[in-house]
Design a protein around this ligand. Structure first.
Ligand SMILES: Cc1ncc(COP(=O)(O)O)c(C=O)c1O
Length: 447
């Protein structure tokens, strides 16, 4: 019987050929770090609903789901129709337009902290301007972030990262304070000792889409401590926004930050991001026709594709559907069924580990038993979680699952994003694929 790697090569000859060509065109042969999959990534042709197909004609149940952008699944007919309609009317009007107002109204309606909104082209930009707003508003320069929390690839917010940090002037990181999550005393101490802190930013369900969980009680405590120290609280809801609940983590856990970074589902599957928050802070972007203010205090914010009409059309339709509450609930139900099924499977195969995650996100940890019965509160330490899925094992798992017709993310652990159109049929098929994949891993002595 062919091993996992041999089978991967046998199944994907066309992808392997394309990758040879791609290596001459792109560094690493890819256009996104997490698509750097050894020995080569799959090349996809099209997608629909919960599935996608590759150049070798193979079908996959997809849990990458546009890196989290596709809560409604691929090619949702209403979103496609809205984009087609706008496409015929112009992809860039080089002017303000009505759809951007509607898009912002949906954000305001759904996200509790959103008094005013500014659109960006990506989540990286949204987090970057959120931090800039906090600094400009408070007149202070430092920002507290938490270990391993990801906020895009800008220089400041990569502080504390142990991967790919070349080219960042270390002086930039002098303005960043990186703390362990879930440790209120540490935050309190930092804020007491340093009066130059503008804001605290975090992924509200924890690092890497909740892989290393943040406890909801910590969010409440952070809100209290930041208010007491007059420091701003920023939620990076690029992943959790419109997914964890229609109003994001802030609505699910009842904690309202001062600023929120949004992207992914916001754009209905097209590029788009936004920062939203308190009107007085957001107005740091506003002109006052006062040279002193306009030139030295306000934040300039151009961006060719800010609020572009295609993303606005897709985003309005997606958020209109999200506002019904149905997509978030359906995706969460499907994810819970998958997590339960995976835990039963691990138990029956006698493989120590667990599947867990909040709402429609699932993570798989192997290697040691987990005590994570309550999905939002996992008592494993970040070290245990990292040890439970070392990068080598995650890579084998990804290839093995691709061989069995399932795609998911395997950069920091094994993570999947479930959509509203993953039905019971897809969940059962996924569980069979996991059984095959885990059995192959066992044959190779990897689990
Ligand atoms: C929590 C979080 N913030 C920010 C980003 C960056 O968003 P983008 O990839 O749109 O730049 C990501 C990307 O995955 C993310 O997960």
């Amino acid at each position: 019987m062919a091993n996992i790697l041999e089978r991967y090569r046998q199944l994907h000859p066309r992808s392997e050929a394309l990758y040879r060509e791609a290596r001459e065109l792109f560094p690493d042969g890819v256009t996104h770090d997490t698509r750097y999959v050894m020995p080569f990534p799959i090349y996809c042709t099209h997608a629909e609903g919960a599935r996608k197909w590759d150049v070798d004609g193979l079908e996959y149940i997809d849990y990458v789901m546009g890196h989290g952008a596709l809560l409604l699944g691929h090619t949702h007919p209403d979103v496609v129709a809205a984009v087609n309609k706008q496409m015929a009317r112009g992809t860039h009007l080089g002017a303000s337009h009505e759809l951007e107002l509607q898009w912002a109204q949906w954000v305001k309606k759904l996200i509790p902290s959103a008094e005013k909104v500014r659109f960006t082209s990506s989540g990286t930009e949204a987090a970057m301007i959120a931090v800039r707003l906090a600094r400009a508003y408070t007149g202070r320069s430092k920002v507290i972030k938490f270990q391993d929390h990801f906020h895009g690839w800008n220089d400041y917010l990569l502080a504390g990262s142990d991967r790919g940090t070349g080219g960042i002037p270390r002086t930039v990181w002098n303005t960043m304070i990186v703390l362990p999550p879930n440790n209120l005393a540490g935050v309190e101490k930092a804020l007491t000792e340093d009066k130059d802190v503008a804001a605290v930013i975090l992924e509200p369900t924890g690092a890497h889409m909740g892989l290393t969980p943040v406890y909801p009680s910590f969010l409440h405590s952070l809100r209290d401590v930041t208010l007491r120290h007059n420091v701003l609280l920023i939620f990076d809801e690029v992943v959790t926004g419109f997914r964890i609940s229609p109003g994001g983590a802030q609505a699910r856990y009842g904690v309202t930050p001062d600023l929120t970074a949004l992207a992914k589902i916001l754009g209905g599957g097209l590029p788009g991001g936004a920062v939203a928050g308190r009107a007085d802070i957001m107005d740091m972007i506003a002109h006052k026709e006062d040279p002193q203010w306009d030139n030295t205090r306000r934040i300039s914010h151009p961006g060719t594709f800010n609020a572009n009409p295609l993303s606005a059309a897709a985003g309005c339709k997606a958020l209109e559907l999200v506002a019904t509450g149905a997509p978030t609930a359906q995706a969460e139900r499907a994810a819970q069924s998958l997590r339960d099924g995976l835990n039963r499977l691990l138990h029956s195969l006698e493989i120590p580990g667990c599947a867990r995650g909040v709402a429609s996100v699932f993570h798989l940890s192997l290697g040691r038993p987990c005590r994570c019965d309550e999905p939002s509160v996992c008592q494993q330490s970040p070290q245990d979680i990292k040890a439970g899925m070392p990068p080598g094992l995650a890579g084998h798992m990804k290839r093995s699952l691709l061989n069995s017709g399932v795609d998911l993310m395997a950069s920091s652990g094994i993570t999947g994003l479930v959509s509203a159109v993953h039905g019971e049929k897809e969940i059962q098929q996924t569980l069979r694929a996991f059984e095959e994949a885990l059995t192959s891993l066992r044959h190779e002595g990897l689990v």
